[in-house]
Unconditional design. Structure first.
Length: 289
């Protein structure tokens, strides 16, 4: 896969804050032990198998400290790597590398972990038409990076936030007075506000699916249903709108869910439970020419 990610000014400011959280008034160990102008050569290794995601973010952390730092990647963004893989060689100011090391690794490991877990889900259902999508269960302020990592792992994104899609869930339904009332209100709001955002409705049984289909909606969420219940709902919907299975999705259950014919499978675990990919940055004792 070939993925790219643009570092915007708001994201650059966020990365600066991440660095500031770690450095505070200064990295006293590095400032005390490393000469100001000492160069260094470092290598990044994947200590476990996985998918690498977050290269531009990793680089930007170091560029904030040393604009002249150089990187040579041996793998592409979104590529799977076996354990003990040499991923990168870098040359730059030793102080900059030491000061930025942990923040850069934390971000790269986190994003690579999400991409790696997503890739496992995607491979499980590659023989079906279903697509793996994420949720809003992300780390506050880092959602754009975590959702990007999902795409690097072969998945797709659900809505980015509360603003780009109507998602009528159980609490909305209770508050509005029922599924029909909630959908009708959303349809009217979309017209009145001149919006084009899609409307999705959460359902828990075939009766609620039938009620939701009385309206021109875009997607039905089949929440916490068994594989047999999902298959029945997909058959009933018969392509009149998109279908999404959600709730309790794991690597072990995702294949059976996908084989029901559902269009999308959302999994919060992609972003809230992905273990970080084990990566290591090692500085060589001698600087390379």
């Amino acid at each position: 896969m070939n993925h790219s990610f643009v570092i915007t000014e708001p994201l650059r400011n966020l990365l600066h804050l991440a660095l500031k959280e770690d450095t505070g008034t200064g990295d006293i160990t590095t400032l005390a032990t490393v000469p100001t102008d000492k160069p260094c050569f470092a290598r990044l290794f994947a200590k476990a198998a996985g998918v690498i995601a977050g290269q531009p973010v990793f680089e930007e952390i170091f560029r904030l400290l040393d604009p002249e730092i150089r990187f040579q990647w041996f793998i592409r963004e979104g590529d799977p790597v076996p354990s003990k893989t040499l991923c990168l060689e870098m040359k730059g100011n030793a102080r900059a590398v030491l000061i930025g090391e942990r923040t850069a690794l934390n971000l790269l490991q986190r994003m690579s972990g999400i991409a790696s877990l997503t890739s496992r889900y995607v491979k499980k259902i590659s023989h079906t038409k279903a697509k793996i999508i994420d949720t809003r269960k992300t780390t506050p302020l880092w959602r754009i990076l975590e959702k990007y990592a999902v795409t690097a792992g072969g998945g797709s994104n659900h809505r980015m936030g509360l603003y780009d899609m109507f998602l009528i869930k159980d609490n909305h339904i209770v508050s509005a007075g029922g599924i029909s009332a909630a959908i009708q209100a959303a349809l009217e709001y979309r017209i009145n506000m001149n919006l084009t955002a899609a409307i999705e409705v959460e359902t828990k049984n075939i009766g609620e699916v039938q009620e939701a289909l009385m309206f021109p909606i875009d997607r039905i969420m089949l929440d916490n249903m068994s594989a047999d219940e999902i298959r029945e709902a997909v058959h009933f919907v018969a392509g009149r709108c998109e279908t999404e299975a959600s709730g309790g999705v794991t690597v072990d259950t995702v294949c059976a869910i996908a084989e029901t014919g559902v269009d999308f499978i959302s999994a919060g675990a992609l972003t809230h439970s992905a273990p970080a990919l084990d990566l290591s940055l090692l500085i060589e004792t001698e600087t390379r020419a």
